[in-house]
Ligand binder design. Structure first.
Ligand SMILES: Nc1ncnc2c1ncn2[C@@H]1O[C@H](COP(=O)(O)OP(=O)(O)O)[C@@H](O)[C@H]1O
Ligand SMILES: [Mg+2]
Length: 233
């Protein structure tokens, strides 16, 4: 995935300005930003729902706005609130949703994916109606894993999860990375990002104002950028 000098404007307002970002396969990039920083807007551009006002965007070589179907076939997207079928079980959700994208799998493969996604076996045949947010995400991650796409987009995946469930979620990303998938996670969760990401960028008013990689994470500096220039001493 590559962004070059990407800008996005709405009437009277520039939401993303001049973003440059390249994600290597097999790496996790965490983009930190407060409410309104432009995180979801960036994901909408990658999904082909929004046209950039300037710059270029490539998802596995495809321009999402020009060819949204091909771009979306290259990525898996976990929205902040995962939408699944409440009256179907975990296994039925995976089976049905993979079928829709023409990638039906055997029951054994689905069981393996649910186990890899960390969903306890006792829940596999239960309806989703009783699932917590963390359990729903595991079902969605199982689907994403089975699609074997080169890019995984996560919109605030740990918001509303307790620290233990957040840590479990982040731990799931290590094998995803090991398979060569590029992961872009937009988040509020600085500690979680520092735990799992290879690179962290801080988005503030549509610009990446700070970036560091795994060797150079300095939580105090990241935090100061994250809470914003105005509030920094
Ligand atoms: N369709 C739209 N029209 C006008 N402004 C928008 C639209 N979508 C988002 N915005 C504005 O863009 C800014 C960034 O929004 P968003 O990307 O949702 O932020 P984040 O996900 O980081 O909280 C916000 O100020 C928001 O009000
Ligand atoms: Mg958002």
């Amino acid at each position: 995935m590559q962004l070059q000098r990407l800008s996005v404007s709405f009437p009277g307002k520039t939401v993303l300005s001049d973003l440059d970002l390249t994600l290597e396969q097999g790496s996790i990039y965490a983009l930190l930003g407060g409410n309104g920083a432009g995180k979801s807007t960036l994901l909408s551009v990658l999904l082909g729902f929004l046209q950039p006002s300037a710059g270029s965007v490539r998802v596995a070589g495809v321009t999402p706005w020009s060819d949204p179907g091909r771009a979306r076939a290259q990525l898996a997207y976990l929205p902040e609130n995962v939408a699944l079928y409440e009256h179907l079980s975990a296994v039925e959700n995976v089976d049905y949703l993979l079928g829709l994208s023409g990638r039906r799998q055997t029951g054994a493969a689905i069981a393996t994916a649910l186990a890899d996604a960390g969903l306890q076996e006792s829940a596999w045949h239960q309806r989703l109606a009783g699932f917590s947010k963390g359990m729903r995400q595991k079902v969605a991650i199982a689907i994403a894993l089975m699609r074997q796409v080169p890019l995984l987009l996560l919109d605030e995946p740990t918001s509303g999860l307790d620290p233990g469930a957040s840590a479990d979620f982040h731990a799931l990303l290590a094998p995803v990375r090991a398979r060569g998938t590029a992961v872009l996670m937009v988040t509020h969760d600085l500690l979680g990002a520092a735990d799992i990401a290879d690179r962290i960028g801080v988005l503030d008013q549509g610009r990446i104002v700070h970036e560091s990689d795994r060797n150079g994470f300095d939580l105090a500096t990241l935090h100061a950028h994250f809470i914003g220039r105005d509030r920094r001493a």
